[in-house]
Design a protein around this ligand. Structure first.
Ligand code: ME8
Length: 652
């Protein structure tokens, strides 16, 4: 492929950028940690890597979620984005750049791209009279809908749109795109997805709507502020922004095209595999080397795991379960979750996530195969060799063939996005090494005074552990580092480099340092009975979300009286309330109450104010706190005092 030929080319990897209407879940984590493993692998190979993830903010559903929370979209996005940053930090995601589409730089690139395509005639103005699915942020034709005007993907009700809009002339690129994809069998993978994209394009791409009426959130269409750019069009351009398109030509030349764009299978056919590629063609920009779509995590019943179906899996909670059941560190637990995701299911296919499966693999693969090899070998080095690896004499290298096979399989696995194959190969090697220890019985060699053989056997085993650590490092960075430390390689200042995946590169004089077992074994029986118990007592689950009395007391709740209420200009949902909270001067709070409550109903009410909430600006109005109401989606009832209480009185 073109980009492989140039050594100076930055290896450019992307994940989708995620909507900020919601918090990260297993789907986001799967794509992002897979991309992370690829980035780590390429770095170990010595490549300069640009690995990017981020957030997609200009969606209708973000506007709605913000309204429900009584915040303006930017304030809302600012809040949710931290949960992504935090999740990637905890899941050990080593991104080089985190892009938010609300960044000025990105908005400028979107504007320039839109203007360029307007100028070339690839974007034109017309009228949109059809349907839109807000949860999927997708324009849909009548004939694509399920009965009852339901979205074919998420099965929720779609909305009718009838407005002037801009269209991208995707139809003009159907044939060229078809030729491109047919001529490059490796550009879209796996094959099942490639075939899906091909048959979608063969039906003929239709011009797609790329704008919405401007409701104050999004990138305005250049020269026509009544419209903003459609969220998918805006979002896809992020891949160009971070590469420096129209900002830094030198960087763009170094970075473009993406070597690998990763995503879930639901967003390849319509978006990445056709709209995105057609956009690049219209811009005259080279197509990405590889679009790879992974499968879905499904429930035991076979449904896609998603919030709307109420069957979410939280990878962090799974890691916490491991900590609780095994006593391993949190970082090791995170690695174990990553291991499970990539070992359990072939990347590209669907798979079902189960906590029980995770715990069993932890015991069988991590504690038994890997942990056991390490924990039985290091004490032998300590006992027989004074803890120091010796340069082996003749006779060493007995595991070389198995090492070669595993390394070549691991390379192929990483290059082909087959992490399962990589890991299976490593585990075959670990099994071979465990068997080797059993057969060569270093304790017997010691008793027989066979010092040279003993040193050679231990060298081979420790060397194999070293190579295994290198091979798993992209998937399990913390575990690899911990093994590195225990083998004394960190103390020697040795970096992890893929080139060192060769037998015989273990430096003599490495001083091993046995640590605590990395993977303390789990009592599966006990774990099972605890899980069964938790299922029977749903309230036990709630304990996870419990807070202490001290935490509760940090929230300063006060009685306040509504002095005045006025609509916030430009919205139907927000009211700005003036409150007497017993502070000598009124407090101003913006609340999303306007659709359910009139100002008249509110004035005089004695409400509960969260008095120590950080002030935020909503639609240009400062909000100094929040008032309490019942109802998740929309406020159904205000929480008020049922007797006379003075404003400012503490609520406990
Ligand atoms: O799609 N199993 O954002 P998003 C595996 N903003 N993967 C899953 C999954 C599951 N059960 N559920 C969801 C967007 N996913 C756009 C992208 S890019 C220019 C714009 C995956 O927050 C899903 O396939 O909805 C997708 O890749 C991601 O999680 C969800 O992204």
């Amino acid at each position: 492929m073109a980009s492989e030929n140039s050594a100076a080319k930055t290896y450019y990897i992307t994940t989708p950028i995620y909507y900020v209407n919601d918090r990260p879940h297993i789907g986001h984590t799967y794509t992002t940690t897979a991309a992370d493993s690829m980035a780590r692998y390429q770095r170990m190979r010595g490549r300069d890597v640009l690995f990017v993830t981020g957030t997609d903010e200009h969606a209708q559903k973000v506007v709605r979620a913000a309204q429900a929370a009584g915040l303006d979209p930017k304030a809302f996005a600012d809040r949710v984005v931290t949960s992504y940053l935090d999740a990637w930090d905890r899941m050990k995601v080593s991104y080089d750049r985190f892009i938010r589409t609300s960044e000025e730089e990105h908005k400028q690139v979107v504007s320039r791209v839109f203007a360029q395509l307007l100028e070339s005639g690839d974007i034109y103005k017309d009228r949109y009279e059809d349907w839109y699915c807000v949860p999927c942020e997708t324009y849909l034709r009548e004939q694509e809908l399920l009965e009852g005007h339901l979205c074919p993907d998420c099965r929720r009700e779609v909305e009718r749109i009838s407005e002037e809009a801009y269209f991208f002339r995707a139809s003009a690129y159907s044939n060229e795109l078809l030729r491109e994809i047919e001529g490059a069998p490796e550009r879209i993978r796996p094959d099942s997805r490639r075939n899906e994209v091909l048959s979608f394009i063969r039906q003929g791409l239709r011009d797609t709507c790329v704008s919405r009426a401007n409701e104050g959130w999004g990138v305005p269409v250049p020269g026509d502020e009544e419209h903003v750019v459609y969220v998918w069009f805006d979002a896809l351009i992020n891949y160009l922004t971070v590469a420096g398109y129209s900002i830094d030509d030198g960087k763009f030349a170094r970075v473009w095209p993406p070597n690998l764009q990763l995503m879930g299978k639901d967003i390849i056919t319509r978006f990445h595999g056709s709209m995105w590629l057609a956009m690049l063609m219209a811009l005259g920009v080279e197509l990405p080397d590889l679009l790879f779509a992974h499968g879905w995590w499904v429930s035991a019943a076979g449904d896609k795991i998603s919030k709307s179906r109420g069957n979410v899996v939280d990878p962090w909670a799974e890691a916490e379960l491991l900590v609780e059941e095994s006593g391993c560190t949190t970082d090791v637990a995170v690695d174990a979750v990553r291991y499970y995701m990539f070992r359990e299911v072939t990347f590209g296919l669907d798979g079902s996530f189960s906590s029980e499966g995770l715990l069993s693999r932890f015991n069988a693969d991590l504690a038994n195969d890997l942990g056991n090899l390490l924990n039985r070998t290091l004490p032998l080095v300590e006992r027989y060799l004074d803890g120091r690896i010796e340069q082996p004499g003749p006779g060493a290298g007995e595991l070389e063939e198995q090492v070669l096979a595993a390394v070549s399989r691991a390379e192929q696995g990483y290059e082909r996005m087959d992490m399962r194959g990589t890991l299976a190969g490593v585990w075959e090697l670990l099994a071979a090494a465990n068997k080797f220890v059993d057969e060569r019985a270093p304790w017997d060699l010691y008793k027989q005074g066979k010092r040279v053989e003993l040193a050679a056997v231990l060298y081979d085993v420790v060397d194999t552990i070293r190579i295994a650590a290198l091979m798993i490092a992209p998937v399990m960075p913390t575990v690899a580092e911990e093994i590195w430390r225990q083998l004394g390689l960190e103390a020697m200042g040795l970096e992890m480099s893929w080139d060192d995946c060769q037998a015989g590169k273990l430096p003599a004089a490495a001083e091993v340092r046995r640590g605590r077992p990395i993977f303390p074994r789990i009592d599966l029986e006990r774990a099972r009975s605890r899980a069964a118990q938790a299922e029977q007592e749903p309230e036990a689950e709630e304990e996870e979300a419990m807070i202490t009395i001290d935490e509760f007391q940090k929230i300063d709740l006060r009685i306040a009286q509504v002095l005045d209420a006025d609509p916030v200009e430009g919205t139907d949902k927000l009211l700005v309330l003036s409150l007497d909270a017993g502070e000598g001067r009124p407090r101003q709070v913006v609340a999303g109450l306007a659709e359910e409550f009139s100002p008249r109903e509110l004035i005089g009410e004695t409400v509960v104010l969260v008095a120590n909430l950080e002030p935020v600006t909503i639609r240009g109005v400062e909000s100094q706190g929040m008032i309490l109401a019942a109802g998740e989606e929309k406020p159904l009832a205000l929480i008020v005092a049922d007797r006379d209480v003075e404003p400012g009185e503490k609520v406990r």
